[in-house]
Design a protein around this ligand. Structure first.
Ligand SMILES: CC(C)(COP(=O)(O)OP(=O)(O)OC[C@H]1O[C@@H](n2cnc3c(N)ncnc32)[C@H](O)[C@@H]1OP(=O)(O)O)[C@@H](O)C(=O)NCCC(=O)NCCS
Ligand SMILES: [Zn+2]
Length: 230
């Protein structure tokens, strides 16, 4: 067998417009594989009785515990995806239709195994999008009035983690934002328990600018991208 047929081929590419149905379907499948697993298994609800309406990022600890159990604690039904395909697709499309979007995909032997995306937001737009009163003030106090990017989702399929792929796509997105003249990067994650990204970003120089939900376990981090070393 020729060597190429057995070799693992990992590729990185920028993805700008999410209009292609095939790529969208692939993206949704990868998104679900990653975010329906712990620690983010919040994207589930009881198909029958618990309609967990609202912003999952603002759910209480009690709600999360119900979700983590995997089954509805009222009727025992297995929980199903919180977000519809349309919701996940629109989230990416929304980010890519805004100002200065950046999106990078990672493939292993052609299969989509990871992605990151984000785009430019003014402080006010971000406060509105994340529904976090006081975010504008927090960012202004920390950095003054600057151009800012929301560094939205980043994810790598579980079997491919700890190989530096997240770091590579993070860097590609970072370079895109710098090339667009953006100075401030904002991310959202959790501290209790500390997510991988919380440890990674704070070690790299990100600082907390807002805490909310779950008694402050959910946080917004920000940093000056022009001096960030990652
Ligand atoms: C977070 C995630 C994208 C990291 O992907 P990855 O490809 O494994 O990360 P990398 O190998 O590029 O490592 C990036 C940095 O994180 C650190 N890191 C990665 N996984 C870690 C772990 N399990 N524990 C501690 N540190 C970890 C690495 O050490 C590295 O930092 P360093 O090189 O400065 O030491 C991946 O774990 C994931 O998809 N998790 C589920 C989705 C998620 O949590 N997304 C973020 C939402 S805020
Ligand atoms: Zn139920």
């Amino acid at each position: 067998m020729p060597e190429e047929a057995t070799r693992d081929v990992v590729t990185f590419h920028s993805y700008v417009l999410a209009q292609d149905e095939e790529v969208s379907t692939e993206f949704i499948a990868t998104y679900r594989r990653i975010f329906e697993d712990p620690p983010w298994n919040e994207y589930k609800k009881c198909p029958s009785c618990i309609q967990l309406d609202g912003n999952p990022l603002k759910f209480s600890r009690e709600t999360f515990d119900k979700l983590r159990a995997g089954k509805c604690n009222k009727c025992g039904l297995v929980l199903v995806s919180y977000f519809s395909d349309e919701h996940i697709r629109n989230d990416l499309r929304n980010a890519l239709s805004r100002k200065n979007p950046s999106c990078h995909f990672v493939r292993h032997n052609g299969q989509l195994i990871g992605f990151c995306y984000g785009c430019e937001y003014s402080y006010e737009e971000l406060e509105h999008e994340l529904e976090l009163n006081g975010l504008v003030r927090g960012l202004e106090n920390a950095f003054g009035r600057k151009r800012c990017a929301y560094q939205d989702e980043i994810a790598i399929d579980a079997p491919y983690r700890r190989r530096g792929y997240a770091k590579q796509i993070f860097r590609l997105r970072h370079q895109d934002f710098l090339a667009s003249g953006i100075q401030i990067g904002v991310v959202r994650t959790q501290t209790k328990p500390p997510s991988v990204t919380y440890k990674w970003y704070t070690k790299s120089g990100y600082a907390i600018v807002a805490a909310y939900g779950d008694n402050g376990a959910r946080i917004v981090l920000a940093c000056d991208l022009t001096t960030l070393v990652i």
